[in-house]
Design a protein around this ligand. Structure first.
Ligand code: E4P
Length: 217
């Protein structure tokens, strides 16, 4: 499973990228707001750091305007993925932009039917939002499983990009369900390393190494 980092925080991207943990980046208007930066400027900086796909989201609501914004965003770098919302206009923009050879991520997906439409429109990535479904007592992981099954039934090449990930467990759950990509905030990716038995075991090894007077270099 590819790891995308869901942030526009340059330092966080740089840190994880140096460890080989970043196969791509996703942003959205809320993350751009959080960064306090200009969208074109910060997205360019991200593309200079990361070689994998970098999603930048349009803000227009009508297809023609989304297409113009998508073309402008795609000029930033070759690895830009234009992110459009899962509306009828978003699907129109997706079809036009992918026909032009651009990568498109269809976002705000909350149902298998929506994912089916995105695949028909030629989306490069579909972004089902797990956490926001869980927030309203629906089953976000079940949606990942349903989309995986449907895409596999018909050989759709659209990649399942599990989004709105809130916990480290979501990451392994998505991997078990066969998501192609999971995008998560830096804190969630970092939390994946934690295990109480690792900490406990390490404490014991450190204490025993001290008692044994072990010195390696
Ligand atoms: C995905 O591309 C979105 O940017 C993101 O995963 C949304 O996550 P949230 O529901 O935690 O805001």
């Amino acid at each position: 499973m590819k790891f995308f980092v869901d942030t526009a925080d340059i330092e966080a991207i740089r840190e994880l990228n140096e460890l080989g943990m970043v196969d791509g980046v996703t942003t959205n208007p809320s993350l751009i707001l959080k960064s306090g930066r200009d969208i074109l400027e910060v997205t360019k900086e991200i593309c200079d750091i990361v070689t994998g796909p970098v999603s930048a989201e349009v803000i227009a609501l009508e297809a023609e305007d989304m297409i113009s914004e998508g073309r402008r965003l795609a000029e930033i770098a070759d690895n830009i993925v234009v992110k459009v919302p899962l509306t009828w206009d978003g699907l129109k923009a997706c079809k036009t932009l992918t026909d032009e050879g651009r990568m498109v991520n269809v976002t705000l997906c909350f149902s298998a039917n929506q994912a089916l439409l995105a695949a028909k429109a030629g989306a490069t990535f579909i972004s089902p939002f797990i956490g926001r479904l869980d927030d309203i007592n629906l089953d976000g992981l079940q949606l990942i499983s349903d989309i995986r099954e449907i895409y596999d039934n018909y050989g759709y090449e659209t990649q399942v990009l599990a989004a709105s990930i809130r916990t480290a467990n979501h990451m392994s759950d998505c991997a078990k369900l066969g998501a192609d990509v999971a995008t998560a905030p830096p804190g969630v990716i970092k939390a994946m390393v934690n295990h109480v038995l690792t900490d406990k075991g390490l404490d014991a090894f450190v204490a025993d190494a001290k008692k044994a007077g072990i010195k390696i270099v």
